[in-house]
Unconditional design. Sequence first.
Length: 172
Amino acid sequence: MEIAILNHVIKIVMKMSWVDSHFFYLAFENSVCRHYVTEKFWYPFRKLAVPVVLSRAALPGLNIPSDSFIGADDFANAQDLAKYLIEMSRNEKEYLRFFNWTRYYRKESVIEPSERAICKLCELAHSKIKPGALTIPDIHNYWVKGGQCIKRFAWWKLIANRSKIKEVEKKT
């Protein structure tokens, strides 16, 4: 699927196998929650594409280099983000800086993330809880009432930019 943004055609990744031929991957989660990332975020790293996330708010504390992905919330609007993506896709030197992480980290392609999670869960089940480790007795309360998620993140971003969108529509 292709869409035109600012008179440029950008291919949108609809199937995971297409990631190999794209510079960026829109890794938008259903929710923006602290420490909540899924395979949508990790997959492009395995394919050496740059993930674009809705918000950086979920990632602090996960030891992910801040220059290895793009946060949509770093931009005033979708148009500015699109301009940046186009600029980066045309500037090899700047684009390659998103891969500085490969000097310090390695990507694994043999074990799928879900299989790794199951292995880790099994390890945790058979090990003793270390002193001082964080335990969450009520995970539902932690996620729902604990303020871990930014409610209506995408909705509020759209409302905040609605006046700007109307201004652009009037000019065109």
